[in-house]
Design a protein around this ligand. Structure first.
Ligand SMILES: Cc1cc2nc3c(=O)[nH]c(=O)nc-3n(C[C@H](O)[C@H](O)[C@H](O)COP(=O)(O)O)c2cc1C
Length: 330
């Protein structure tokens, strides 16, 4: 069976890889991921604040904010909590390259246009095969419109693309009003692929201490559905590489993601819960399903459930919505 696939122009032995997380901070874990069948290693994001942190800018900003607002202690990042310092991050790229034969995909989250470009270049020089731009943006400014947010993202992407030669993918959140149009703009601005979706970590409120509790909860399989819907819609009209990120736990989940148009599937929560070796189970179950259903290659499966085959996607979505609500029996 042919599981090989081309993602961001990289030839991969199969469509399964760990998503961005601290797992590859350890070379031992990187080797275990490769042994388990991972076709690439995706590193966690390097944050621009980590670079400015070296100049103590972030610490000063945080200190100022803490003085004016003591209850902010729990929601502002404490600089020492970052996983790898920037030079360690860059060194880790070359160490991973030495340790394994699969491509290394780094990830970046900038905060200024110049910062995105500068650190993208450093990541390329360190030897990464590709780069994810983690557009984790939460609009807090009432003056800023949705199209301004999209325009800024496209400008950042264009600037990054001008400064590096490696392929660049964009990781989005689901909170854009017209994801198909925004995706098309990103591809026109040079994106080599789109990752659907990042997760926003949603803090809880401690009502007694008047505190914010930024707990990180791993995903569950139900979250895959949001990805399936948008992959099916966007991949049908915007040709590019797609990674499905979020809620994928099993080989069967991977089948669904590829059916809706994913080029690759990224796993984080499932591997954090079950260990890197769990990827072997995912791969085995995926292959078993393919054999039982007589598919010879991933390319044959890809997109068979996307909206490419739907003459009127809007009517279909509305019809399903109505059917679902009216089908509820009290
Ligand atoms: C501990 C942890 C760290 C993460 N770090 C990053 C990161 O640095 N950059 C990023 O783009 N996504 C990061 N993510 C998000 C994951 O890459 C992924 O998009 C998300 O967890 C959904 O996938 P899952 O359901 O397989 O966990 C992180 C997730 C976890 C759980």
């Amino acid at each position: 069976m042919n599981l090989s696939t081309t993602y961001l122009g990289l030839k991969l032995k199969n469509p399964f890889m760990p998503g961005a997380s601290p797992m590859p901070d350890s070379i031992g874990a990187v080797r275990r991921l490769e042994d388990a069948g991972a076709s690439a290693i995706v590193m966690h994001s390097l944050f621009e604040e980590q670079f400015t942190n070296e100049d103590r800018v972030l610490e000063d900003e945080i200190a100022t904010h803490l003085e004016s607002s003591p209850e902010a202690t729990s929601f502002l990042p404490i600089p020492t909590e970052f996983n790898l310092e920037p030079d360690e991050y860059l060194k880790q790229i070359s160490q991973i390259k030495e340790a394994v034969d699969i491509p290394v995909i780094a990830s970046l989250n900038g905060s200024t246009v110049g910062g995105w470009a500068r650190y993208a270049k450093e990541i390329e020089q360190a030897g990464a095969h590709a780069l994810e731009l983690n557009f984790y943006h939460l609009s807090t400014n009432v003056e800023e419109t949705g199209s301004e947010v999209e325009k800024r993202a496209c400008e950042i992407l264009k600037t990054v693309k001008e400064s590096v030669k490696i392929p660049v993918a964009v990781k989005l959140s689901p909170f854009f009003s017209s994801l198909p149009n925004f995706s098309r703009q990103l591809v026109a601005s040079g994106a080599d692929g789109i990752i659907l979706f990042n997760r926003f970590y949603q803090p809880d409120i401690d009502t007694e201490e008047l505190d914010v509790l930024p707990t990180l909860q791993l995903s569950n399989s139900f979250e895959l559905r949001l990805r399936l819907r948008w992959l099916a819609i966007i991949s049908a009209s915007v040709p590019t590489s797609y990674a499905c990120s979020g809620g994928a736990y099993t080989g069967h989940d991977a089948v669904k993601a590829i059916m809706t148009g994913a080029t690759v599937v990224q796993f984080v929560s499932s591997l954090l819960k079950n260990g890197p070796e769990y990827l072997t189970t995912i791969l085995r179950d995926f292959e078993k399903w393919m054999e039982e259903h007589e598919y010879n290659s991933v390319d044959e499966l890809r997109g068979c459930m996307s909206f490419k085959h739907c003459p009127d996607p809007l009517a279909y979505e509305r019809g399903n919505y109505l059917r679902m609500l009216q089908g509820w029996k009290v």
